[in-house]
Write a protein that binds this ligand. Sequence first.
Ligand code: COA
Ligand code: ZN
Length: 310
Amino acid sequence: MISAGAERVFIHEVAPRDGLQIEPVFVPTDRKVAWIDRLSDTGLAKIEITSFVSPKHVPALSDGEEVARRIRRRPGTLYCALIPNARGAERAAQSGLDEINVVISVSATHNRANLRMDPEGSFRALREVRQVLAGTGIALTSSVATAFGCPFEGRQERAKVLDHVERLLAEGCTAVTLADTTGMANPRQVADLVAAVLARHPALPLTLHVHNTRGAGLANVLAGWQAGCVRFDAALGGLGGCPFAPGATGNVCTEDVVNMFEEMGIGTGVDLDSLIAVSRELPDLVGHDVPGQVRAAGRPLDLHPAPPGA
Ligand code: COA
Ligand code: ZN
């Protein structure tokens, strides 16, 4: 018997950001907008639609303003963007999003590789971001990159991760995401860290962001849910990865996560058939096959005709 987590979970789609940022080919803005609109229609709780980072570093997302302006906003879905600094916050504020997600790594080495500054520089930037957002009504949230391990430094001390979360809350973040940037986490580690964060901050809206780099994505989501997490980032088709972390590959796949929870009788609010239909168009969008499994296999009860005589 699987020990009980909550009966309702909230799925955050990150493919338009985490997915596209690592793609070598620029997906035209029209196609991004149409794709995000179709994702909205599936009932996802949140969509990270782009990032407002340096276009020199991530050219694939250089059209963030236009994407934000042109997408349809579905009531019930929150629209969010990832940013590294105050310049990103200004761009996001002008684009009228619901939330911004400031990324800071626990690992100093990954923060320098990804954002070209020490975590201290990122915390200074966070303070500036807070000032930019004051009075805008845009929620300030933060992602804790490399929370479960760094591809350069290895495991990060649990106390260091907990201090990092503490500091984000002290700086005014209203929600936090624990990110397994390069899929180094295992289920026991996820359960331990999620439980430790929620024990200290029971009312914190905590999100788990895992990559399936080593095949533990769904197991880690399940472990997070059992430990009390109800919000999960995932990417359609299993797209995704950090361009500034060696060996990074896709996020846990959205339709595989939704399928797992729905099969367990846990509500996601997402129309899985519509989600699979959008996912099946991904190879055309990004120009290659994608790793998601439910899109390939179909839902468990998509039955096949019996062979003659069976
Ligand atoms: N949006 C748009 N442009 C930005 C920007 C932002 N948020 N922040 C900085 N820039 C511009 C600067 O204006 C400058 O432009 P210029 O060369 O035309 O004058 C250029 O980018 C470099 O700025 P600088 O402050 O020197 O930054 P840097 O080169 O040290 O890079 C970051 C720092 C944070 C801007 C960069 O590393 C970055 O965008 N990283 C994001 C990485 C990412 O998205 N990773 C995946 C998600 S986890
Ligand atoms: Zn990621």
